[in-house]
Design a protein around this ligand. Structure first.
Ligand code: BV8
Ligand code: ZN
Length: 258
């Protein structure tokens, strides 16, 4: 990336009063988590939009729950990468929350624990718009549990007998209204929306950067390729999140005056 654009991007970050970062599956690609729509994506011969739906879960719970069990086992080997950690450090330094993720892999939370220790300040923690695959919830009541390995029987809620399912938002399900409200307010008040590793096709999350722009803020994109947002971004940094984010966000050592 040429120097001028890089200097402009670093200045935009330095001068931003309020920043929201929206991340997608691309930020976890370097951690070995398969993305949704890239080649070699998530599942051998299904499309996530077909499997990750309440209809599929009702029609064929075993196949859907096996898919999530497979994803959980793949995730067990993954660790946060330098992109997750640079974002955790960035919001820790700024001291105010602004990290919003579409991902359900829990890697932003693990990066915050690695960067800020056992009880990270809220500023370093992500708003997980689509939930977390490391948790189960009951399809009927509010009961939640840490995810457990799938046994032979379809797991049931001990309190009400409802289906125990991953605590994620499936396609066609509504997001938690409170979380979405908080994310929208962060986007509207931000003067910079940093969009990292998302194809920006899934709504309502993909509307957040546009909310920043409509309120007069700027969009800055970090992605290995063009997306639906590239043309409306004030800066589009082409490359891998794990490489770009530390260089973009970490305070650089002051250049020694020669
Ligand atoms: C909703 C949890 C109200 C599950 C996810 C018809 C019926 C019903 C709904 C709809 C419909 N048509 C449209 C909708 C709305 C739908 C939607 O937007 N669909 C899309 C597919 C068109 N949205 C919903 O259903 C939402 N709910 O709207 O409720 C409603 C209700 C009923 C009817 C209408 C409306 C719920 C959406 C949440 C779905 N759940 N996850 C699970 O994970 O199992 S979303 C899922 O996709 C993941 O969370 C993922 O994060 C997300 C978005 O994908 P991306 O993150 O962008 O990943 P992708 O692979 O696409 O892109 C990766 C990017 O990274 C690429 O750009 C690549 O270039 C880049 N990259 C790769 N490597 C790197 C990199 N960048 C940087 N560095 C690298 N190294
Ligand atoms: Zn229950």
């Amino acid at each position: 990336m040429e120097q001028g654009q890089w200097r402009k991007a670093r200045r935009l970050v330095r001068e931003a009063r309020r920043v929201i970062a929206l991340t997608g599956a691309g930020i976890s690609a370097e951690s070995g988590v398969p993305t949704f729509r890239d080649a070699g994506g998530l599942w051998r011969n299904y499309r996530p939009e077909e499997l990750a739906t309440p209809e599929a879960l009702a029609r064929d719970p075993r196949t859907v729950l096996e898919w999530y069990a497979w994803r959980r086992s793949a995730l067990a080997e993954c660790r946060p990468n330098e992109g997750h950690r640079a974002l955790a450090r960035f919001f820790l330094r700024r001291g105010e929350a602004g990290l919003v993720t579409q991902n359900v892999d829990g890697l932003h939370t693990r990066a915050a624990l690695e960067e800020a220790g056992e009880d990270p300040p809220e500023a370093a923690l992500p708003l997980e718009l689509h939930g977390a695959v490391g948790r189960d919830r009951c399809e009927f009541c509010e009961a939640r549990w840490p995810a457990e390995p799938l046994g032979d029987a379809i797991p049931r809620c001990s309190a009400c007998g409802g289906l125990r399912r991953p605590d994620v938002v499936l396609f066609g399900e509504t997001l938690d209204a409170g979380l979405l409200d908080r994310a929208r307010r962060l986007a509207e008040r931000a003067d910079l929306c940093l969009v990292v590793g998302t194809s920006a096709v899934v709504y309502p999350a993909a509307a957040l950067p546009l909310a920043t722009r409509e309120a007069g803020g700027l969009i800055m994109e970090v992605n290995v390729r063009r997306t639906a947002l590239t043309d409306v971004a004030a800066a589009a940094l082409r490359g891998e999140a794990g490489t770009i984010l530390p260089a973009l966000l970490d305070p650089q050592p002051a250049v020694k005056a020669r």
